[in-house]
Design a protein around this ligand. Structure first.
Ligand SMILES: NC(=O)c1ccc[n+]([C@@H]2O[C@H](COP(=O)([O-])OP(=O)(O)OC[C@H]3O[C@@H](n4cnc5c(N)ncnc54)[C@H](OP(=O)(O)O)[C@@H]3O)[C@@H](O)[C@H]2O)c1
Length: 299
């Protein structure tokens, strides 16, 4: 779908995880194309910051909707109020996620389950309310921001990898289940390392927070990839120059991959900042940590 649509009407887009990182960059980029935006995350204050940036970038309208993607009633209300306000919903970009560091045996059960739930049940909840709207309109595009870790596994990030493998499976099912309506697209974007706050907002039982493994993309670069996917729906899109190589290593040379992955992770993907066990933002928003980007150099 061209953005803005060729009939001259503004595009209406709902973005989850819109207060930080990739979701926020996507919102601002869509604003630059004159879109009407519905911004969703748990914490209101950083969503207001995204809204201010989006208005300055040229959004036709911005609505801030604090909601947890795990709250069925809240997501139902957000989707129906977006349709009531704007008459339709063209695009949904799903970027909400939390993360936890630590071995499976060390991460508390509740933390493991919330990381997986946010990914799996959060995506399913959103799909349950968005896809019927798309069907009534005979059109709409859902973009799910997944991860390179939906294709490969790594120790110490097990809960997140499990979450992203599950989300990938769910997203592929959604693609298959919407084949009967040619106007509906479901696309998956898989970033590699991106400079966002998710690494220090994460829970950790690993003695350290994380950092994005190189090559590190800017959220803006991933947002550009999301927009090109919206214009040109694809089943799965990579946003990381090394993704194909790493996935091939995982699949074709599992012995070598398994020998290398933990030392590489400890060298390039842990911050080494010596933190005590923390739940991070897994159960509640930590608004002060949400931001347009993280603290690393990116390409
Ligand atoms: N950064 C990377 O290197 C990287 C790599 C691969 C894939 N990804 C994926 O990219 C997506 C965006 O991540 P990011 O790096 O941009 O993270 P981020 O900067 O931490 O942003 C995460 C966003 O999700 C929101 N959120 C978290 N839990 C939520 C919930 N239960 N309900 C609603 N909103 C929730 C957060 O706001 P609140 O806390 O206020 O709710 C925030 O707006 C995620 O799917 C992530 O897995 C990131």
């Amino acid at each position: 779908m061209p953005i803005p649509p060729t009939d001259g009407s503004p595009l209406t887009a709902l973005i989850t995880g819109a207060s930080s990182g990739i979701g926020r960059a996507t919102a601002v980029r869509l604003a630059g194309r004159g879109a009407r935006l519905v911004l969703v995350a748990r914490g209101r204050e950083p969503l207001e910051a995204t809204a201010a940036e989006a208005r300055a970038a040229g959004a036709a309208a911005v609505t801030v909707c604090p909601a947890d993607v795990l709250d069925e009633d809240a997501i139902r209300a957000v989707v129906s109020s977006a349709v009531a306000e704007f008459g339709r919903l063209d695009v949904v970009v799903h970027s909400a996620q939390v993360m936890a560091y630590g071995r499976i045996e060390d991460v508390p059960k509740e933390v493991f389950e919330r990381v997986v739930d946010t990914s799996l049940h959060g995506t399913a909840t959103l799909a349950r309310h968005v896809l019927p709207v798309f069907r009534r309109q005979a059109g709409g595009h859902l973009v799910i921001v997944n991860s390179l870790l939906g294709n490969v596994t790594t120790p110490v990030l097990g809960s997140y990898a499990v979450a992203k493998w599950g989300q990938l499976g769910l997203a592929r099912v959604l693609q298959q289940e919407t084949r009967d309506e040619p106007g509906i697209s479901v696309s998956i974007v898989q970033p590699g390392g991106v400079d966002t706050p998710i690494y220090y907002q994460a829970a950790s039982w690993a003695g350290s927070t994380g950092r994005p493994p190189p090559p590190v993309y800017s959220p803006e670069r991933v947002a550009r990839r999301v927009l090109s996917t919206l214009e040109n729906p694809r089943r799965i899109v990579q946003a990381g120059v090394a993704n194909h190589l790493i996935t091939a290593g995982f699949r074709l040379l599992p012995g070598l991959y398994d020998a290398l992955v933990e030392p590489l992770l400890r060298t390039f993907a842990l911050a080494g900042d010596d933190v005590p066990p923390t739940e991070g933002n897994v159960f509640e928003s930590r608004p002060e940590g949400n931001a347009a980007e993280g603290r690393w150099r990116s390409i």
